[in-house]
Design a protein around this ligand. Structure first.
Ligand code: NI
Ligand code: MN
Length: 228
């Protein structure tokens, strides 16, 4: 399997899985780190961890232009239908489903969720994507929680963890989370987008390498890496 993962900055990604383009939390137009615009990005599926504006992002515009299917909690799917999107797929915490590109399981995140218009967004989630035996864990916005150990028991290839602090885990807790999850590699998200979540990512990477068994993946927004 070859899986190409491009980072948009913040918590946004594009996954290329055998010609299918899967976006995660496509926050582009309001994202000072983004290097691609919502008019250019390719999408067959859009997966959302929660409804906050820095995750929902440009979902409605991208889905209307591309016809991409949006996968999120029941509350997110219902809200998107009211915005005129028809291709939505509702899941919820603990639930997995075999989509054509791979298996998607929603797991808990310790965070809140509401839409930019203030309406309730359901539970904030993490997302685990399994494709040909490789598991990616997108933690979304979350605090550290001890059930991350159970997620780790599934066998995680790459964990995408927030390190920005203030709204989510910071560096200290993300190192502890990495010890619980025991991934092969860990990728830092939700940092440097705004002054309040500025972090020294090289310090984080040093701590990951000295205090855990995981490999830290640090790339610039707009760059990609490959999971073989
Ligand atoms: Ni959030
Ligand atoms: Mn956020």
């Amino acid at each position: 399997m070859t899986l190409k993962i491009t980072w948009f900055g913040h918590s946004g990604f594009s996954l290329e899985i055998e010609n299918t383009h899967v976006l995660i939390d496509p926050f582009l137009s309001g994202n000072p780190l983004a290097t691609i615009s919502p008019d250019q990005v390719r999408a067959n599926y859009i997966l959302l961890t929660h409804a906050h504006g820095d995750h929902l992002g440009d979902t409605v515009a991208i889905a209307k232009r591309t016809g991409a299917t949006v996968v999120g909690t029941f509350e997110i799917a219902t809200w998107l239908q009211k915005q005129g999107l028809q291709a939505v797929h509702a899941q919820n915490t603990g639930g997995g489903y075999h989509h054509p590109f791979g298996h998607v399981k929603f797991v808990k995140a310790d965070h809140s969720s509401s839409f930019p218009d203030g309406s309730y967004g359901g539970q904030a989630c993490g997302i685990i994507i399994t494709h040909k035996g490789k598991r990616l864990y997108f933690a979304g916005d979350t605090a550290l929680f001890s059930d991350m150990r159970l997620i780790g028991d599934m066998g995680i290839e790459v964990a995408f963890l927030p390190i920005g602090d203030n709204y989510t885990m910071g560096i200290e807790d993300s190192v502890d989370a990495t010890r619980l999850i025991r991934p092969h590699s860990v990728f830092p998200i939700h940092y440097n987008t705004f002054p309040v979540i500025q972090q020294d990512v090289s310090l984080w990477a040093r701590r990951i390498h000295t205090e855990t068994d995981a490999k830290a993946i640090v790339i610039d927004p707009g760059s990609h890496f490959v999971v073989e």
